[in-house]
Design a protein around this ligand. Sequence first.
Ligand code: SF4
Length: 79
Amino acid sequence: MSANRMQKIMENVPGKYYVDESCIGCSICVELAPDNLRSNLEEGYEYVFKQPVTESEGNRCIEAMEICPVSAIGDDGIE
Ligand code: SF4
């Protein structure tokens, strides 16, 4: 199972990482990567509000992608 780039949530900023519509809003990713992921509490999903710029931000995004229980975080390889 992997994230689907054709189902990106609208609020994602353009770039490498994104959250797709399968997100269940568990917020684990926001706890792991608060500098890059944010919650839309009204809609019940998370999205990428800033692409990582430092190595540690990038590592936290990778961690979030790996831990997401529904594989809703994708990396489309575009910097
Ligand atoms: S970890 Fe996955 S399911 Fe949970 S809020 Fe983040 S993107 Fe959504």
